[in-house]
Design a protein around this ligand. Structure first.
Ligand SMILES: C[S@@+](CC[C@H](N)C(=O)[O-])C[C@H]1O[C@@H](n2cnc3c(N)ncnc32)[C@H](O)[C@@H]1O
Length: 481
């Protein structure tokens, strides 16, 4: 099926390799599942079927279990539907699956909904649906989240199964929260697959997940094979965290905090596109104005400004500053508000990397997150809490799968605001951080969180491994410079 690349991109038409199709079908079509249908033919749907490869594989697997299946495929692409009609046993329909009237008059559901729905980012102009979501996703929900919600409504609620290949961002994305919650209320994830590699030519990292309906996995805290829930938000990050060796979530984060959260003690925000473009004319390797701090300059507990070069707006700088007089009045007001005591946090990192600016001398670049203390909390306390192994483990369980690379997490202001504040004292941890001893700081904050000895050992040894990697990364960069 030859299709132009632009057209494929617009429809999210990246086809699933046979090995992945086979692995998913093997996981979901087993003898017990087929036998539970009592000898009747299984009703199976792929709502974005492409050339029908999932349906063909399901049919073969069902027949190998001694039963039969009626397989249905839908695709928006007329050529795909013609291909399916000609080459498979499926009943194929050319339609936009997200706008079909699905259930027949008897409300017949499907025993299995399976496939690899399109991933069409709502941030991309060519693929946006224009904001509104018919199936419960937030304004930026990927089309895959819409397909997930649609499928959940079409599966037999008593023992039906749903298996999809999805972009890994669905596991923790805020805009997919509702889609995840609806499924967690009615189903259990019983199988998943994630490699951290680009398994096929889709432009994003993917995972595969399978659910059985009729048993809810929702409970507070985290469960081994089901959803985890923190602060009322359900996340499927375990698909990633279990495979990249993140320690289990410390118990303290499964409880409702009596101490409140970071968001109660700091105003958190990040700059956007307007600020980025507004800064460009004022940035230079000159000696006027506050240093510009980009994510790459932030390390846990320290800033490498002036030590390593920075790329900003496609240019390389040795020690970039922002000349305040070169900013327009709106940007000047923006800068004045930010030249106050704060904590700056890098984005897309393997652990939380935060640094304290106690005298308000730096300006954050994009997409650095800034935390401005409120209510008498010191920026040092905030930096210490963020520099703890416990906080990083929490962030992975909350955000695993969100990074642009498999070993990183995206920690935006809204997520960080949800971080539980530790109950114990932070004075010694702050002193350690001020003296540059971030390991001691991390250990003391973990203690202030009340982690058990076992939890402390586990999170600390994982965190130290990543710290070593960060240090080695710097050695390599320094040699390259
Ligand atoms: C990622 S491909 C998957 C195809 C096939 N299921 C596979 O796994 O190889 C996504 C498919 O969804 C189709 N598609 C895109 N938007 C759709 C929509 N709104 N309704 C139905 N199909 C759609 C595309 O034409 C494409 O064939």
């Amino acid at each position: 099926m030859g299709v132009a690349n632009d057209d494929r991109k617009r429809r999210g038409a990246w086809f699933t390799p046979d090995h992945l199709v086979n692995a998913i079908v093997e996981a979901v079509v087993d003898e017990a599942f087929v036998a539970a249908r009592g000898g009747r033919a299984l009703r199976v749907l792929d709502p974005a079927c492409g050339d029908g490869r999932f349906l063909t594989a399901v049919l073969a697997a069902t027949r190998a279990c001694g039963a039969d299946a009626k397989v249905y495929g839908v695709d928006i692409d007329v050529a795909a539907v013609e291909y399916v009609e000609r080459h498979t046993e499926a009943v194929a329909l050319c339609a936009d699956a997200l706008h079909c009237d699905w259930l027949d008059e008897q409300g017949a559901t499907f025993d299995l909904v399976i496939g690899n729905p399109p991933y069409l980012s709502q941030m991309a102009a060519t693929t946006t649906r224009g904001g509104a979501s018919r199936h419960g996703g937030g304004p930026y929900a990927d089309a895959a989240a819409e397909f997930l919600s649609l499928a959940a409504g079409l599966v037999d609620p008593n023992g039906g199964r749903l298996a999809f290949v999805l972009p890994q961002s669905i596991l923790s994305a805020r805009d997919a929260t509702e889609a995840r919650r609806r499924i967690d209320e009615r189903a259990t994830m019983f199988w998943s697959s994630w490699t951290g590699e680009r398994d096929f030519d889709a432009e994003v990292f993917t995972c595969a997940v399978a659910f059985e309906f009729g048993k809810s996995s929702l409970r507070s805290g985290s469960s081994r094979n089901g959803a985890s829930r923190q602060g009322g938000v359900s996340s499927w990050s375990h698909v990633v965290t279990e495979r990249v060796g993140i320690p289990p979530m410390p118990a303290v984060f499964g409880c409702t905090p009596s101490t409140g959260t970071l968001g109660d003690r700091a105003l958190l925000n990040a700059n956007f596109r307007d600020e980025y473009y507004g800064m460009i004319p004022a940035v230079g390797d000159h000696d006027i104005g506050p240093p510009l701090v980009t994510s790459g300059l932030i390390d846990p507990g320290s800033l490498r400004w002036g030590e390593i070069p920075v790329r900003f707006a496609k240019r390389r700088f040795a020690a970039p500053r922002i000349d305040l007089d070169a900013l327009d009045p709106k940007m000047r007001a923006w800068a004045d508000k930010r030249l106050v005591p704060k904590v700056l946090v890098a984005n897309q990192t393997p652990i939380i990397e935060a640094v304290c600016d106690p005298t308000g001398e730096w300006l954050p670049g994009v997409p650095v997150v800034a935390a401005y203390p409120k209510g008498g909390v010191s920026p040092w306390e905030i930096a210490a809490v963020l520099t703890s192994p416990a906080a990083s483990v929490w962030a992975w369980h909350r955000q695993g799968g969100s990074g642009m690379s498999p070993n990183a997490i995206r920690v935006g202001p809204a997520i960080l605001a949800e971080l539980v504040w530790p109950d114990g004292p932070l004075i010694e941890a702050v002193a350690a951080l001020k003296s540059g001893d971030i390991v001691r700081c991390g250990r003391l904050v973990d203690r202030a969180y009340g982690l058990s000895n076992d939890e402390q050992d586990l999170v600390m040894s994982w965190w130290m491994t990543i710290l070593d990697r960060i240090t080695n990364r710097h050695r390599r960069t320094e040699r390259a410079c």
